[in-house]
Design a binder for this molecule. Sequence first.
Ligand code: DGY
Length: 326
Amino acid sequence: MTKPRILMARAVFPELITRLEQHFEVEHNQADEAWTTQQLAAKLHDKVGLFTTGSERIDEQVLAAAPKLKICANMAVGYNNFDLPAMTARKVLATNSPDVLTETTADFGFALLMATARRVTESEHYLRAGKWQRWSYDMFSGSDVHGSTLGILGMGRIGQGIARRGAHGFGMDVIYHNRSRLAPELEAECKARYVGKEELLRTADHLVLVLPYSPSSHHAIGAAELALMKPTANLINIARGGIVDDAALAAALRDKRIAAAGLDVFEGEPKIHPDLLTVPNVVLTPHIASATVPTRKAMANLAADNLIGFLVHGKPLTPLNPEVLK
Ligand code: DGY
């Protein structure tokens, strides 16, 4: 019997290909070539399944060229690369990889917060450039993390992980804003207090963004929001590019309207707004918040579980548009 045909859009752990080949005829991309949308669409014409990593846009143009496609499995919790209504209209199931990355991503959010507050990369660059001649009392003075106010915008699982780290590990006063308020027992566990967005912006010493990207969260942090923040505050974005207006942020950093920023995600990444590359008070990382080997393996395996679960057993694990299953 011929096996169903699937396409891997990007390179992944080799053992994952071996695992998938037990169930499918796999066209892989272990060379990690950058396919255009047209190339991706052409490769999909005879495939029933697609493995994506969050950087491949699946929209009407791609779907129209893929008449046999039944499932796109994202190796990412975020799925703004999917046009979900278009997929649902064409009865293509979408899945993501939640939960398995929560704690790792929360760890990184905290790492970025610490590095930003204590000017870790800025001072390292200074040292590596051979500029350190003498110690002085005010060298690279940053802001305290312990005992300060941690603001979290977007209080899903990752936001809660960051809140727990801040409250329990660093004695921070945690405030948050979210579309909906957490249940009282979750608020108690995270020691987090719900506030309006304006109060969050005005009060936080460290503001961490963890909300999903959607047209309604586009530029949720722009010039007006940055103007409400304390001049001593730090902004951390581990959510998605486009949630922050990067041009407005670069201007605020340059003019010291906020103290510093830590950014793992960017508008139009991997391109970076050129002004962000010229300001010293920003820590920049290339979208690595979930990047530990065990977590990336767990994410890849969950995407594979979704392909196998749906195409072989009819039961995906983490469907995003379950109405397609009816
Ligand atoms: C996610 O899972 O959404 C992360 O941003 C990695 O892509």
